[in-house]
Design a binder for this molecule. Sequence first.
Ligand code: 9D3
Length: 424
Amino acid sequence: MLNFTIVTLFPAMFESPLNHSILKKAQEKGLISVVLVNPRDYTTDRHRITDDYPYGGGQGMVMKPEPVVAAIEDIKIRMPRAKFILLSPQGRVFNQASAAELAKEEELVLICGRYEGVDERVKDFIDDEISIGDYTISGGEPAAIVVIDAVSRLVPGVLGNAKSADDESFSNGLLEYPQYTRPEEFRGAKVPEALLSGDHERIRQWRRQMSVQQTQKRRPDLIGRVDLSPEEKELICNQRAPVYVALLHYPVYDKNRQIVTTAVTNMDIHDIARSGRTYGIKGFFVVIPVKALQRLALKIIDHWARGYGSQYNATRKEALALARVKDTLDDVLIDLEQEYGVRPRIVVTSARPGGRRTSFAQLQDMLINTTHPFLIILGTGWGLTETIISQSDYVLEALEGWTDYNHLSVRSAAAIILDRLLGR
Ligand code: 9D3
């Protein structure tokens, strides 16, 4: 049994939502109960005033503390164990886990704010503050209804046994699979064949695959927290754009903004290859026009990918097998164009401020919704030249801490960029 007490200036707003369907039945069965309390009944002035002007000026009105705190204190006498929750845009965002926490309580008091908010000192009389999401609604009442609905569903007996089990199976963190009912064909759109097969194992697999695919496509923010099988992870990897990384040793700036060629380093090649393999990139190009340095790069790669080192360390072999050496960026583009039949989208990184930047979130979205190849170009030395940057399709936002020091090594930057774009 869970009792909700709602503190609201507009009790009538709750009449209809509480008197339909599941919430109505839950009350009839005595599994939940709802009591409405109006702070206006706790005013002491002739006009029963509940709001006032904000100190310091500004738009609108603020809920006065006296009536709402009087209501809270009165409720507390009757229900000493109740949990007091203020619904407000400043609260922590409500989700299924918060609903599950609240469903363990016996007495919940939901306080609905109105106007531009409640006097800050009311917060000394509450246990928690909840928002239902990042958008503006006119008051706490619709939010309280959302909380009551989500919490009540988790009270034992409110849903039928079958339905609860059903809900349970979807709290696996994935979006639900697509549902179909009759007719078998509607305006030319057929029900997927797997669902008509009668083969329960096949139906289960189809539903799971659709759940994973839908979640990856529409809610990439959720997919990282889900336990996936190796096959499911591979499905996700193969669904997104093929990503390549190029480490450019020419043309790049030196300290004095002169265009130079930088030296190949053992550690950059190893570490970027290993990061690349970890995050599932398709290839890693080391771009260096100087023949002697090319030979050095090839020697490092071949030793580990094909030579003695490949027998000595199999995981290193797997990473360095991604690496290829190229004379110029154009050679990389020609290679990829040959493989995919289209010019790859070019992404550059630049530590220098200014210009139009693509955010990591934007680029992450682009990688999910396309099969077009992407090439991320990393500069060595003091960074990529303006000419290279002007050839790119996207300039990624700079990596920044909260200090004015910004000297990441290219291999550290590579790891951070790959994690943000391709990490779970
Ligand atoms: C101009 C600043 N606004 C704050 C974001 C003022 C304001 C707008 C709307 C102050 C209060 C409200 C009323 N909203 C709620 O009381 C509320 C709410 C919400 O607006 N969004 C998400 N969850 C909630 S819970 C309560």
